[in-house]
Design a protein around this ligand. Structure first.
Ligand SMILES: Nc1ncnc2c1ncn2[C@@H]1O[C@H](COP(=O)(O)OP(=O)(O)O)[C@@H](O)[C@H]1O
Ligand SMILES: [Mg+2]
Length: 243
């Protein structure tokens, strides 16, 4: 069964058309990259899939169900981290995870599992206000993973991180991919992130529309030997790819 179906979805903010008729079909276990520059409409699209924003028109189905009718059930199967996550600065990593775990009626055991999974063992007693950018992103991922989500949404999880922290996060996501139990929708403006984690399904979006979509190998040819060249050929613009 398809995990996510997006059918001709549109969303505007006053006179800004953020998403202009996007359709998607995402099967179970796939890691999908939504790749595009700032302002492309990635967050708006993802927040509609997450049931946080309502499309002006079109339809979104998660495991065949709509947010309007099945919000409670859908909340239990998705995990998400927003583009900018703020935690209570005076709570420790452990306390923060305990708090979120309580929402899902999960115990300490699960908290310890996600701490290990995201490599935060040595930081459990640190207040979140003292964490580095990479550690904060790993905490956001740990929160998103708590309830064993079948579908995980990560909005620019590595933007602004140094290359080492970015690599740490990729490695955590690669292990998750190897387990094969999670569908991932990841937004990014890093070509390398899309190629290495989501080579089965890369969606290039700009100005609220899909410009190109497919497996990495099918997107490339002699004219576009990598995603950077492809993006330039599609738009005439350079996508931020400073790694
Ligand atoms: N709440 C909002 N109010 C007004 N304009 C918005 C709002 N959210 C997004 N936009 C606009 O919609 C467009 C797409 O934004 P966004 O989805 O955040 O793009 P991305 O995540 O790819 O950077 C941009 O032009 C942005 O300024
Ligand atoms: Mg965004």
């Amino acid at each position: 069964m398809l995990q996510i179906e997006v059918k001709n979805v549109e969303k505007s903010f006053k006179d800004v058309k953020a998403v202009r008729g996007i359709s998607l079909a995402i099967p179970a276990g796939q890691f999908v990259a939504l790749l595009g520059p700032n302002g492309a409409g990635k967050t708006t699209l993802v927040e509609m899939m997450e049931g946080l924003k309502k499309p002006d028109s079109g339809e979104i189905l998660i495991q065949g169900k709509t947010w309007q009718k099945h919000e409670h059930e859908l909340r239990t199967i998705i995990g998400l981290s927003l583009q900018e996550t703020r935690f209570a600065e005076k709570l420790t990593v452990y306390e923060t995870l305990r708090l979120f775990a309580a929402f899902f009626e999960l115990g300490e055991e699960r908290v310890n599992e996600v701490i290990e999974q995201t490599g935060l063992q040595s930081k459990q007693k640190s207040m979140t206000g003292t964490l580095s950018g990479g550690q904060k992103q790993r905490l956001a991922l740990a929160v998103a993973l708590l309830n064993h989500p079948q579908i995980l949404f990560l909005d620019e999880p590595t933007t602004g991180l140094d290359p080492h922290s970015r690599m740490d996060l990729w490695n955590i996501l690669k292990s998750l991919k190897d387990k094969g139990e999670t569908t991932l929708i990841l937004t990014t403006h890093y070509m390398e992130e899309a190629s290495s984690l989501c080579s089965d399904h890369i969606i290039i979006i700009d100005e609220g529309k899909i410009l190109k979509e497919g497996k990495l190998e099918d997107l490339l040819d002699e004219k576009s030997r990598n995603l950077d060249e492809l993006f330039i050929n599609l738009t005439g613009k350079v996508l931020n790819n400073k790694l």
